[in-house]
Write a protein that binds this ligand. Structure first.
Ligand SMILES: [Zn+2]
Length: 199
C-alpha cells in the first residue's frame, strides 16, 4: 500500500535513481521540492530539460558543449598544435582548472576495456586519428588515467600515432596508480602535465 500520493512516490523513485542518492535522501529531496516555491521547482525542472536538450558533443573534440564547435576548439588563443587526449569531459575540466594547459583536447569517452567488451571502435579513436591527419598537430599528450585500462589505451594510441611522426607523451604519475584525474588536485595535475614523458 502506497503511503504517499502517487506523484510524490514517482518523484522519490526518480530521484533515488541518481548516483549516490538512497531512498531516504530521495524522500528528503522530494519533500523539499514539494515545499519549495513553484518558481524554484520550475527552474529545477527546466534545468534538467535544458541539459538534455541543449548539451551535445563538440563535433571536433567531443567535449560537452552548448555550441558547436566548443569554446576551446574555437578559442583563438589556444595552441592548436598540442592536443591532450582525455577519457572523459570531467578530466578535461580538471586539466582546464589547472590553468596550465593552453592546447586543445580530444575526449575519448571511455577506455579500451576488453573484459567489459569495450573495443577501440567503441570510443572516439577513429575520430582522433582523422583529426591527426586533418589538423597540424605536433604533439599528443596522453592524459588517460593511471589505471590498467587507461594505460592499455595509452599504449594502443602510442602504436597508432607514432608512425605518423607526431610526438607522443604521457602525463607523469604524480597521480597515484589507480587514481583518477578528475579527482586530482590542481597542483598535482599541473606537475603531472609538466613532467610528461615522451614515449
Ligand atoms: Zn571542441
Amino acid at each position: 500500500m502506497a503511503i504517499h500520493a502517487k506523484p510524490i512516490d514517482q518523484l522519490i523513485e526518480a530521484l533515488a535513481k541518481l548516483p549516490g542518492i538512497g531512498k531516504k535522501t530521495a524522500s528528503r529531496l522530494a519533500f523539499h521540492i514539494l515545499r519549495s516555491h513553484p518558481s524554484e521547482a520550475q527552474a529545477l525542472a527546466r534545468a534538467i530539460l535544458d541539459v538534455k536538450e541543449k548539451i551535445h558533443l563538440c563535433s571536433i573534440c567531443f567535449n560537452l558543449t552548448d555550441e558547436d564547435p566548443c569554446q576551446i576548439c574555437k578559442g583563438e588563443r589556444r595552441n592548436k598544435e598540442v592536443l591532450c587526449v582525455v577519457e572523459g569531459p570531467n578530466d578535461l575540466i580538471a586539466i582546464e582548472n589547472t590553468g596550465e594547459f593552453n592546447g586543445i583536447y580530444h575526449v575519448l569517452h571511455g577506455t579500451i576495456a576488453p573484459l567489459e567488451g569495450v573495443g577501440p571502435d567503441d570510443i572516439k579513436i577513429k575520430e582522433l586519428m582523422e583529426r591527426l591527419h586533418r589538423e597540424k598537430i605536433l604533439e599528443v599528450i596522453l592524459a588517460t588515467n593511471p589505471t590498467v585500462e587507461g594505460g592499455a589505451t595509452a599504449l594502443y594510441l602510442t602504436d597508432l600515432i607514432k608512425p605518423l611522426g607526431v610526438k607522443v607523451s604521457r602525463i607523469a604519475y604524480g597521480i597515484p596508480m589507480g587514481g583518477e584525474i578528475e579527482y586530482s588536485d590542481g597542483m598535482t595535475l599541473s606537475k603531472s602535465l609538466e613532467g610528461r614523458r615522451e614515449l
